[in-house]
Design a protein around this ligand. Sequence first.
Ligand code: ADP
Length: 459
Amino acid sequence: VAARLTSAGLLRTKGLIGANWTDARDGKTMPVYNPSTGEVIADVPFMGSKDTEDAISSAYDAFPAWSKLTATERSQLLRKWYDLLMANKEEIGQLITLEQGKPLKEAIGEVNYGASFIEYFAEEAKRIYGDIIPPTLNDRRILVLKQPIGVIAAITPWNFPLAMITRKVGPALACGCTAVIKPSELTPFTALAAVELALQAGIPPGVLNVVMGDAPAIGDALMANTRVRKITFTGSTAVGKKLMAGAAGTVKKLGSKFRNSGQTCVCANRILVQDGIYDKFAAAFSKAVQILQVGDGFSEGASQGPLINDAAIEKVESFVEDAVSKGADVLLGGKRHSLGRTFYEPTVLGNISSDMIVSREEVFGPVAPLMRFKTEEEAISIANDTNAGLAAYIFTTNVQRSWRVTEALEYGLVGVNEGVISTEVAPFGGVKQSGLGREGSKYGMDEYLEMKYVCLGDM
Ligand code: ADP
C-alpha cells in the first residue's frame, strides 16, 4: 500500500478526538479497500455512539475558546491550514486516488478545489458583519449580531473525500464553530490527513474531531445530542431524509446536499439533444467518449478510474439492462470493462425515453443517456420532470433562449455553455429533493451563524 504513496507521513489510521488519535472504545475495526485493486489499505476504528459522544464533548469544550478568538486569529490559522494542504497536495492526492480510485491528476485537482474553500473562508472570517436597523420608536436602537451556532456535525460522502469536508468545515471554523466530522467509511484517510494538517497549522485540538464506523449509530448519536446545533450532510436523499427526521427531535439547523447522479453529484444524468442535430451529436459525442482511457488512478494517462464498489457497478449494470430492454441503443460501451472488478466501459446510450430508470434515477457511473427533443418547451418539461434539482447545463448560441431556459429550469445551479461551474466563490446547492441550503460563497457562511436581535431601550 505504502508503495503507492511517495511518503506515508500523512496516513493516519485512527479517529481524532481532541488531540488524540483514538481507537473505538470497544476496539472494533473495519478494513478500507482500494477500489481499483480490492486490496485492504489499512484498518480503521469502527466507532459507535459512545465514541461519538466523546467527539461531541471534545468539540463542545473547544467551542468557547475557539469562538472567542478574534476573526483575524481564526483567519490566520485557516490560512496556515490552506498553505499546508497546498504544500502536501501530491500526497493528499495520492491518498484520494488510493481510497477513492479517481485518476491522480483529478485527485490533485480535488485538493486544489478542496483547499480553495479553506482559503476563501479564511478571508470571509473577517467579514461576518451584523446589521443596524432604523428603529420604529425614537428611544430605541435595533441591532443584529451574528454569532456562531456552536458544535456542528458534518457527514460526508466518498466521491470528493476532501472537498466535501472543507466546504463544510471551512465556513464553520471561520464563523467560530467547532466540528465533529464523519467521513464516508469508504474514504476516511483523506479526512484524517486533512485534520492532521489542521493540527499542524495550529488549529487547537477539539476544534476538529473525526469519527467513523457504524454510520447509523454515529448519525443517531449526533442527532440525539442537544449540544450539536447543526448537521450538515452530503449524500443520498434517503439518508438525508432520515437525518432531517432525526434532527427534528432536537430542532437542529440542517444543511443538506443530496447527491443525485454520477460519481459526481453535478454530472449530467440525462443529455437532451434537439432532434435536428441528434444524429450528428450522438456520433461526435460517442467518438469523444471513446478516447477516455480507463485504468487504475495511478497509471499514466488514465482518465477514468474504477467505480467505488460492487454495489455501484451492479447498479450501473441493472440501469443499462433496463434501458436496453425498453429500447435504448448502446452507442458505445454498455458493459463491464475488460480490466474487471469495478471498472465499467464509458457508455453512451441513445434513444432514451422517460420510462427508463436511467432517465429518472441517478446513474451513478460512466453512462451518458441521450434523449431526443423537438421544442424548447418540451426540453424544459423533460428537464424539470424529476424530484432532483441540483445542476442543469444548457448549450445554445441564442442569447434570448439561454435566459428563457435558465429562468425556467428548476435547478439550484445552471451552466450556460459551460459544464464545469463549481467554485468556492459561488453558492452551491439544489432545489426540490436535492437539498437544503447552500455551500460556498458569502451565502455559505449564514448556515453556521445565528442571528441575535438586540433592542436597546431608553436611549
Ligand atoms: P453515498 O452513496 O454517496 O455514500 P450515503 O447517503 O449512503 O451516500 O452516504 C453519505 C454519508 O452518510 C456517508 O458518510 C455515510 O456513512 C453516511 N450515512 C449513511 N447512513 C447513515 C445514517 N443512517 N446516519 C448517518 N449517516 C449515515
